[in-house]
Design a protein around this ligand. Structure first.
Ligand SMILES: Nc1ncnc2c1ncn2[C@@H]1O[C@H](COP(=O)(O)OP(=O)(O)OP(=O)(O)O)[C@@H](O)[C@H]1O
Ligand SMILES: [Mg+2]
Length: 315
């Protein structure tokens, strides 16, 4: 198998409670895997097992051929990990902290300086390298956490909510960084920000109650949404019968309307089958001489898909 990361039947029980219940997935070099799921789904627990910080109750993870239960040291060498909340030593400066991490990882001398310079440069923290971590803003603390995760240029990068609590600019920067690093690594990121999946992930896994309930490309997951291929349109000069006329079109299922003031109406026209109905809807609007201000075909709504998948599987 060429997959750099393989997770096989991974299970964790805390007493009688099963937090992770036999999950399986494989990730190839170049893939960025989104790890989604509601609070308590088991994402962090699974990540802690994959990175060798928590022993599994059953199953295992294999990183570049090394089984985490048998070769945890080799796995830790190949894996970079940003833990949830990115705990750091507040009294240390980033420079001291990264030196400490380099020492733990047995990176010495010139290699150590090079590794720290490279990680600090990639993550853009050079100007705060000598300021105590406790005095840095949340965004900079997170960057220091990511710098420690990439210090040894790992093949596999596991990032537990890397953009949690960051401002929009910082989120954007972290996402860019993930995209830049993606081509020669496996990156797994957990997130509650569903639009992040579109922007950075080539694939997403949804976990609920410790099991994998969906696994696919973002577009495939979005295609499960009732909004997939729906046409959303904002018009002015609409008559009351507009929705009925649209509903009467072949291949159209339901039509939802809402008035948005100024005589404008917003409509969502849903196809009755998974087909593109943009052409007949546009044609109908032209014939009725309504003014179309905006029109677009929906790809699907990840939040709806997420809700459906993660609430219907609850026991
Ligand atoms: N050490 C532990 N002892 C007992 N239960 C635990 C322990 N660690 C985690 N759990 C439980 O396992 C479940 C999964 O927790 P986990 O932190 O993996 O969820 P998560 O998917 O990361 O959630 P979130 O989105 O809130 O970060 C939760 O019910 C949690 O309370
Ligand atoms: Mg978590």
């Amino acid at each position: 198998m060429s997959d750099l990361l393989r997770v096989i039947g991974l299970t964790k029980k805390f007493g009688d409670f099963t937090a992770v219940d036999g999950i399986d997935f494989s990730v190839a070099r170049g893939e960025v895997l989104g790890f989604l799921g509601p609070n308590g789904a088991g994402k962090t627990t699974a990540m802690r097992m994959v990175t060798g910080f928590l022993p599994p109750t059953g199953g295992t993870a294999i990183v570049d051929g090394f089984d985490v239960r048998i070769h945890p040291i080799e796995v830790k060498r190949k894996v970079g990990y940003l833990p949830e909340g990115a705990p750091l030593y507040d009294d240390m400066t980033p420079s001291e902290f990264l030196t400490f991490v380099a020492n733990v990882r047995n990176i010495d001398g010139a290699d150590r300086d090079r590794a720290i310079d490279s990680a600090a440069g990639q993550i853009n923290i050079q100007h705060v390298m000598h300021q105590p971590i406790g005095t840095l803003s949340k965004g900079y603390k997170r960057r220091v956490g990511i710098a420690q995760a990439i210090l040894h240029n790992p093949d596999v990068l596991i990032l537990d909510e890397p953009t949690d609590g960051l401002d929009p600019n910082q989120k954007h920067e972290v996402r860019n960084l993930i995209n830049e690093m993606a081509s020669d690594k496996v990156i797994v990121i957990s997130t509650h920000i569903l639009e992040e999946v579109d922007v950075v992930c080539s694939r997403a896994i949804v976990i609920a109650n410790g099991t994998v309930v969906a696994d696919g490309k973002p577009l495939e997951l979005e295609a499960r949404s009732s909004f997939h291929n729906a046409v959303s349109v904002r018009v002015s000069g609409a008559t009351d019968s507009l929705a009925d006329k649209l509903r009467a079109l072949p291949m159209v299922g339901k039509v939802e309307t809402s008035k948005i003031g100024d005589g404008k109406v917003s409509l969502t026209v849903f196809p009755s089958r998974p087909v593109n109905i943009l052409e007949p809807v546009s044609e109908c609007l032209r014939e009725l001489s309504v003014t179309v201000e905006q029109i677009h075909v929906e790809r699907g709504r990840m939040d709806e898909v997420f809700r459906n998948i993660t609430t219907t599987t609850k026991s």
